[in-house]
Design a binder for this molecule. Structure first.
Ligand code: SF4
Length: 871
């Protein structure tokens, strides 16, 4: 047992004030250095937010972790703020608007329903690259975005006035994780409590899997599903099993010419190779001190790609340098330093904490890499990229004069990952300058774009004299948002699109993003490579994704001179000199404020009513049926038809696509019949306020194979009783009307990819009661539970192949509410069409008692309503 006296807060002095803080050095004593920083953060959180027996139990469990490096114990975590983006916030806020309706209908004052934590919403996910390679592209693309999304954006403006604590960062202000790093994160802040003023660490959650980017500056935060965020917004803690922590010890230093992107790709490959899945990752060792905080943030950002919940770096003087460079006040920086040093949260490169397991990376061994062409963990040395393309087996039906077999269709400097660190954009600018001086330019069939995460990028690139060089290579800024990274690259260049349709080539996307699953970037692009921004510029010039850029004389000038990549590559000294020339701390706040004042956004009229006035003809916003007090639990003992049987690595993009709505799809037919124009349907992500569209969009991905019957069209399934192949939602409706249950049977890592709560909501609307899979990706598992759907983990090597479901086979699941326990056994049986019964060993993929309780309530929304409705 811990001693109650050691919970006494410490006192530190900062800015002339005496501030209390959780005294981890006193609490941990000699064990301080052995506890990973991420667990110290969780310990601090538990001590501040719990008391009595709950606190004793949680603290004891965290201390016991030090003996074993693992734990089954659950602890609560109460973050101080929530970060969302427009496509995850729209459905969450639509749910809240619908919950307000439900309260009003029950005679309860709807204005009582408000988030209790600050909620920041970044409108970053809907910017598409329509105009490019022209200096007015940001204005044109912003106008296009606002016109296309006006109804949804008016709703967001309604939410920011009707709901207390919701702050919207309008289009043009940048990408959420960059905004978090540059504007929102305090690292440490103060808080008025009953017993005085406290210094507390900045701890947060975000409804986006790349939320850990802020771990790069020592802020503990991770991505959760929109539904989990809703529970936190309404004052409930998020419960988590004390995580296993993987230590990544960094030694040495990066070699000249090697960039943070290269290291992030190596970390991704190394951690995927040891099977990281949901653990917290913490970086330690002397190599950490050689990395700037901006570089650390690149590596932290890719936590979901390496399978981790966090990618944490502790606070040190380089963190303080970053805060200073981005315009934080000296008083704020002094508070961070005093607090972290005194509270036991300061990074020590010599410390040797206890980890569950670990790996070591010598930074000097990292080279120039790309990853692809289909997964971010498929790390390649640069010369291996052509071989990887050759292995795809693509042979053109015929050749088109001048166009390579694998043309670079898209070359995009995109994503929070690789545009937030100014050093990476400066490096791209320097490569563009050297190429421009030699008379090189992008190949004419390449769609080029630069979409930084921060509006300050325009200022520092211009001041460093590199904006014009980038523009000359086609990389004029197209706006400040997710663009290509989220599947909004706009249309493919005509020449490549037509040639690909004709079988003359296979289009390749080259991007400084973080994900490259087939169809992620563009529905017609199966092959993509991830890489650093300067390499994106080099590939745009080459125009041929199958060219070995590290070979000799890869580029040819107009005069016929051959140039190697090495001649174009910027040196570390050049990057640092241009950073000094370009960066000014004042840019960050000023440019963000200017972007916030966006007159197009301010001109959008928003209703000023406590209840949102739904428009019954809207194709963007509809009151969802699941946000109702009458929605009950899906638990129970049931026999179900498999609605789909799918293989391994089904992503949330497969389950609920975000990319462009194909104009020849059934979803398009549905929208056109309701008045939309077939040539301007926008992306699926923009329709997440309309459940009728999203239900039809579920599993709408042409690379997803439903194994229930070979050769089915996209988003179709076999309705077993009738023997007909039909759209999935039609089959789901028929099963529902007949009172029959349905489940999904899936392979490993079900729900990998983005933290998309619509992937779970879509399944709820289809009536899916359980998903049976050998493993689930962390956030999707939590989202399924948030929608009341039971995730069932198949055991002992059981998987869809072994289950061999045939038309007419059904699955029995014993999941009565009283039987479901965290990680408890669940009786599952296959009932073959001929009556044979085969048991399948399985467990509930449920981690905490709170998740059990959510399943019993029917999910997050019924649970929140229950708290506000009279009993
Ligand atoms: S990872 Fe891509 S889609 Fe996600 S926030 Fe960053 S830029 Fe946007």
């Amino acid at each position: 047992m811990t001693d109650e006296r050691i919970f006494a807060p410490g006192v530190l002095h900062a800015g002339g004030r005496a501030l209390r803080y959780t005294d981890l050095p006193a609490l941990l004593g000699a064990r301080l250095g052995r506890m990973p920083l991420v667990l110290r953060h969780l310990l601090d959180n538990v001590v501040r937010h719990t008391d009595g027996a709950e606190r004793e139990a949680a603290v004891d469990a965290l201390l016991a972790w030090l003996d074993t490096g693992t734990s089954e114990a659950e602890i609560p975590f109460q973050p101080g703020r929530v970060l969302m983006h427009d496509t995850t916030s729209t459905p969450a806020l639509v749910d809240i608007a619908a919950m307000r309706d439900a309260l009003a209908e029950a005679g309860v004052d709807p204005t009582r329903l408000n988030p209790v934590l600050p909620v920041d919403v970044s409108v970053d996910h809907s910017l598409a690259v329509e105009a490019y390679a022209r200096t007015d592209a940001p204005v044109l693309n912003l106008q296009h975005e606002i016109r296309r999304n006006a109804e949804r954006y008016r709703f967001l403006r309604w939410a920011s006035t009707a709901l207390r604590g919701v702050r919207i960062h309008p289009p043009g202000t940048g990408i959420m994780h960059t905004i978090n790093l540059e504007q929102l994160a305090t690292v440490a802040t103060t808080e008025q409590r009953a017993d005085g003023e406290w210094a507390v660490p900045d701890q947060m959650i975000g409804t986006d899997s790349h939320t850990p980017m802020v771990n790069g500056i020592g802020v503990l935060g991770w991505g959760v599903g929109g539904l989990e965020a809703q529970t936190v917004m309404f004052g409930l803690p998020t419960m988590l099993r004390i995580p296993d922590v993987v230590g990544v010890r960094l030694t040495g230093a990066l070699r000249p010419g090697v960039l943070a992107t290269d290291l992030a790709l190596v970390v991704t490959q190394r951690l995927r190779a040891i099977g990281v899945s949901g653990e917290f990752v913490e970086f330690h060792g002397p190599g950490v001190s050689t990395l700037a905080a901006g570089e650390r943030s690149v590596i932290a950002n890719m936590a979901p790609e390496y399978g981790a919940t966090t990618g944490f770096f502790g606070v040190d003087t380089r963190t303080l340098d970053y805060l200073r460079a981005t315009g934080r006040s000296e008083a704020a920086i002094a508070l961070v330093e005093a607090f972290c040093r005194q509270a036991g949260l300061w990074f020590d490169p010599q410390a040797t904490p206890r980890f569950t397991r670990g790996i070591e990376i010598d930074l000097a061994t990292v080279g120039t890499h790309v990853a692809g062409p289909r997964r971010p963990q498929d790390l390649l040395d640069l010369p291996q990229a052509p071989q990887a393309l050759a292995k795809t087996g693509f042979v053109p039906a015929h050749r088109q004069e001048g166009l390579p077999d694998f043309p670079v269709a898209i070359a995009a400097i995109t994503s929070c990952t690789n545009t937030s660190d100014p050093g990476l954009l400066i490096a791209a600018g320097l490569l563009a300058r050297k190429a421009r001086r030699l008379g090189l330019r992008a190949a004419p069939w390449v769609k080029t774009s630069l979409a930084p995460g921060s509006p300050a990028a325009a200022s520092y690139l211009a001041r460093a004299g590199l904006a014009e060089d980038l523009e000359a290579m086609g990389f004029a800024i197209v706006g400040y948002g997710c663009t290509t990274c989220i599947g909004n690259p706009g249309p493919l260049p005509d020449r490549v699109r037509d040639a690909q349709k004709d079988g003359a080539c296979k289009a390749v996307a080259i991007l400084s993003g973080n994900r490259n699953f087939p169809g992620r970037v563009h529905p017609d692009v199966e092959l993509s490579f991830i890489m650093s921004p300067p390499l994106v510029v080099a590939y745009a010039i080459a125009g041929d994704a199958a060219r070995d850029l590290q070979g000799q004389g890869v580029f040819t000038t107009d005069e016929g001179r051959t140039v190697s990549l090495a001649e174009l590559w910027p040196t570390r000294e050049e990057i640092e000199a241009h950073l000094r020339q370009g960066l000014q701390a004042a840019d960050f706040a000023r440019d963000f404020a200017a972007a916030t004042a966006n007159p197009l956004w301010q001109a959008l009229e928003a209703p000023a009513t406590p209840l949102f006035p739904w428009d019954s003809t809207s194709n963007a916003l509809r009151r969802p049926p699941f946000a109702a007090a009458s929605e009950g639990s899906l638990l129970g003992d049931f026999r179900a038809h498999p609605l789909l049987v799918v293989g391994d690595d089904v992503t949330t993009d497969h389950i609920s696509p975000a990319s462009a709505i194909p104009p020849d799809s059934l979803v398009a037919d549905f929208l056109v019949a309701r008045g939309d124009k077939r040539d301007d349907l926008n992306v699926f992500a923009s329709r997440r306020g309309n459940w009728q569209v999203m239900m039809r969009a579920a599993f709408h991905n042409k690379t997803l194979v439903n194994q229930l019957k070979p050769g089915m069209p996209v988003a179709h399934t076999l309705h077993v009783p009738s023997g007909e192949v039909m759209p999935i939602w039609d089959a789901a409706d028929r099963y529902r009307d007949a009172g029959e249950s349905v489940v999904v049977v899936a392979g490993e890592r079900y729900g990998m990819g983005s933290s998309r709560d619509w992937a779970a909501k879509g399944q709820r609307l289809l009536g899916i009661r359980a998903v049976l899979a050998p493993s689930f990706e962390r956030i999707h598992r939590s989202n399924l539970i948030g929608m009341g759907i039971l995730p069932v983990r198949l055991e002992d090597g059981w998987c869809p192949q072994r289950m061999a479901m045939q038309p007419g086979d059904r699955v029995e699941v014993d999941a009565a509410p009283g039987r479901i326990e965290p990680r408890g056994p669940v009786a599952v049986r296959i009932v073959r069409a001929d009556g044979r019964v085969e048991p399948v060993p399985a467990r509930a993929a449920v981690e905490t008692r709170m998740e059990v309780s959510l399943l019993r309530d029917g999910g997050v929304i019924p649970s929140i309503l229950k708290q506000h409705l009279p009993h």
